[in-house]
Design a binder for this molecule. Structure first.
Ligand code: NAP
Ligand code: GDD
Length: 328
């Protein structure tokens, strides 16, 4: 049985990654943070009885800002594979907490790489890089496109990305970067634009909300489905050689398209419900992302299965169901 360690297991991708690895018979360890409220909602359905003597999903407290906890966890577990998905992942918020974002999203990766190196382990390492690193580089973006980061988050990810490359080259570590474009799901955090829109569409349809306040409606993103993207991550880690891969759908849509699709699905006209709030503008914006994932198609035999329309409808339907359950 292979052993995996997931950072960010309580997040969107962490929960899908854990499901995938459990289905492949891994023993899965996940790092969680202490929180004043419950933060394991996304993995509660797969977290077994804590009294089970041999559970295949095990949670351990740690923090990407706390090297001693990471060292201890890695030395104790000695994982075959680490899926490093933890981060302060919100771009807009990174402008408010730039130093903290650098600590968690940038240095957090180095703390893990150092822990592996110092323990002398042959652990394979996956780093969650991001299409946000391309910033102002015009689409389509692929592995050869130069990074032009436009936010503290993106700059921290560029650092994390290059440190991963450096540990691969310098210490012969099996370390991969997945340059994933935006990916969403019903488990997406509610302050990211996709989920904010699908949740608003559901609540407005049910008469529980009238307005939603948004920022830049012209931004374009390449939105895929998180369930498809964790499969690509796993495939990267099963290759003979570590490498970096762009993961994307190759289709780009604006926030307006997202509104058309989500509100249209429940027969609403979004123009009657959307107001612009400049608080959601960013000091520097990434205008357009559209990925070219032909390397992943060629080398990993990976292709996205869920398209934009299907994704948005899946999210609206799930939000409708959740909202209805609240009244029931
Ligand atoms: P997410 O839902 O925001 O999850 C982030 C995870 O990181 C959560 O489990 C969070 O724990 C954890 N975390 C935050 N700060 C931490 C700290 N100091 N120590 C330990 N854990 C910490 O993000 P996601 O959408 O799943 O994304 C996963 C990764 O992929 C992130 O690195 C993100 O930057 C990157 N990425 C995401 C996308 C995308 O479109 N989703 C695209 C490209 C790259 P709590 O639950 O306790 O907050
Ligand atoms: N969050 C948010 N809220 N974004 C809005 C809003 C709003 O009210 N209104 C417009 N937008 C625009 C943003 O300005 C941005 O151009 C676009 O919608 C997408 O914003 P997010 O959903 O917050 O995602 P992101 O692209 O900034 O970042 C996500 O994708 C990255 C990959 O490119 C995050 O998941 C990052 O962690 C990830 O690396």
């Amino acid at each position: 049985m292979k052993t995996a360690l997931i950072t960010g297991i309580t997040g969107q991708d962490g929960s899908y990654m854990a499901e995938l690895l459990l289905a492949k018979d891994y023993l899965v360890h996940g790092i969680i943070r202490r929180s004043s409220s419950f933060n394991t909602e996304r993995i509660d359905h797969i977290y077994q009885d804590p009294h089970d003597p041999k559970p295949r999903l095990r949670l351990v407290y740690g923090d990407l800002n706390d090297a001693s906890s990471l060292n201890r966890i890695i030395r104790t577990i000695q994982p075959d594979e680490i899926y490093h998905l933890g981060a302060q992942s919100h771009v807009r918020v990174s402008f408010d907490v730039p130093e903290y974002t650098g600590e968690v999203t940038g240095l957090g990766t180095v703390r893990l790489l150092e822990a592996i190196r110092e323990a002398g382990l042959r652990t394979k390492f996956y780093n969650a890089s991001s299409s946000e690193m391309f910033g102002s580089a015009p689409p389509p973006q692929n592995e050869a496109t130069p990074f032009q980061p436009r936010s503290p988050y993106a700059a921290a990810k560029v650092y994390s990305h290059w440190m991963t490359v450096n540990y691969r080259d310098g210490y012969n570590l099996f370390a991969c970067n997945g340059i994933l474009f935006n990916h969403e799901s019903p488990r997406r955090g509610e302050t990211f634009v996709s989920r904010k829109v699908t949740k608003a569409a559901a609540k407005i349809k049910l008469g529980r909300q009238d307005k939603v306040f948004l920022g830049n409606l012209d931004a374009r993103r390449d939105w895929g489905y998180a369930g498809d993207y964790v499969e690509a991550i796993w495939r990267m880690m099963q290759q003979d050689k570590p490498d970096d891969y762009v993961i994307a759908t190759g289709e780009s849509h604006s926030v307006r398209d997202l509104l058309d699709e989500a509100f249209g699905h429940v027969d609403l006209d979004w123009k009657k419900h959307v107001e612009i709030d400049p608080r959601y503008y960013r000091p520097t914006e990434v205008d357009a992302l559209c990925g070219d994932a032909s390397k992943a198609a060629r080398q990993l035999d990976w292709r996205p299965r869920v398209g934009f329309k299907e994704l948005v409808r899946m999210m609206v339907d799930s939000d409708l169901k959740q909202e209805k359950a609240k009244s029931g």
